[in-house]
Ligand binder design. Structure first.
Ligand code: AMP
Length: 305
């Protein structure tokens, strides 16, 4: 089944305890589409970049089967820029700078060839843009998943709440779930957030795994304890891309299949953090993915008498 992803395509500058980068390629939709490319062949992108965005990176996405017909290039504009600094624990970070640039007033156009896409991934971007994309789909997709972050809760909470009413599945981290709901207990937070629209919610807890909520049902997926986490940037997006890519490829949105999807998402995220930026995501093999997923299975399966 086909997937449509909207979200930031960006320049990032990162600081971790291991080192610092100049501007490297990042962005939510970049990580999502790359991760999803290992699962779905129909991988459509809607995003905007400035004239400063390198053609080689667009070609790299295309080599991974990403359809870039919906990638708008504003020649005179500048690409979205984000910089962040990780704390010693590598699990938390501060945003140092966000320059929305061409993303601020992006008017998303859905190419005719994307209409009919069954799986829609609204990656991190302006909530009003996420809503416009839903409204511009001729037919409602089978599954609409949304990812967002604290910035939008701080500056566009009303727009975010409007788009939340329209989505099926929301992924956010624990801190954001607390901010969105005003509840400290993640269980109470989940109940409140599911009343805002999404019937299914995933709360990401970084190196402590992720929780899947649907009504009264809960499932927990661990994160793989890695010897070294080099750069966690994009882990959340890679997780989302692996997850929705798997759902689209199996075309099954049952709770049981979501459990499998969350493990695939976690496996993809575990690769992402092993190197800076998208480096690790661009040349994975199906064998590596398969054996990583098996590590997750081994990590948490046990028998009880
Ligand atoms: P993650 O580490 O999965 O939360 O995502 C990191 C990516 O999100 C980076 O590559 C950034 O370019 C992108 N990003 C950071 N802030 C925003 C924002 N406000 N809107 C859209 N994308 C963002």
């Amino acid at each position: 089944m086909s997937l449509l992803t909207v979200g930031s395509v960006a320049f990032d500058a990162l600081e971790t305890p291991f080192g610092k980068t100049d501007k490297i390629i990042g962005g939510a939709a970049t990580y999502i589409t790359l991760a999803a490319s290992y699962f779905t062949k129909q991988n459509n992108l809607v995003a905007v970049v400035g004239g400063d965005f390198p053609q080689e990176m667009i070609s790299l996405l295309e080599e991974h089967g990403v359809n870039t017909e919906g990638l708008e290039i504003v020649k005179e504009g500048k690409t979205f820029f984000w910089s962040g600094r990780y704390h010693e624990d590598m699990n938390t970070r501060d945003t140092l700078e966000t320059q929305l640039n061409v993303m601020a007033d992006f008017n998303p156009v859905i190419p005719v060839s994307y209409q009919g896409t069954e799986y829609l991934m609204l990656g991190n971007t302006v909530p009003a843009t996420q809503k416009l994309v839903i409204e511009r789909m001729a037919k409602r997709p089978k599954l609409i998943m949304l990812d967002t972050m604290n910035l939008w809760m701080n500056i566009a909470m009303d727009d975010l709440k409007e788009v939340l009413k329209l989505v099926d599945l929301l992924t956010i981290n624990d801190e954001e779930a607390r901010q969105l709901s005003g509840e400290y207990s993640l269980r109470k937070a989940a109940a409140k957030i599911m009343e805002m629209g999404p019937k299914t919610l995933i709360i990401k807890k970084g190196e402590h795994g992720a929780l899947l909520f649907q009504g009264e049902r809960i499932f927990f997926a661990p994160a793989l304890p890695l010897e070294e986490v080099f750069d966690p940037t994009g882990a959340g997006d890679t997780f989302a891309g692996g997850l929705i890519g798997y759902l689209a490829s199996t075309d099954d949105i049952s709770f049981d299949n979501m459990k499998r999807a969350i493990i695939y998402g976690s496996a993809m995220a575990s690769f992402c953090v092993e190197k800076f930026g998208t480096e690790r995501l661009v040349n994975l093999s199906q064998e590596e993915i398969k054996s990583r997923v098996q590590e997750f299975v081994n990590l948490s399966s046990f028998e009880i008498q």
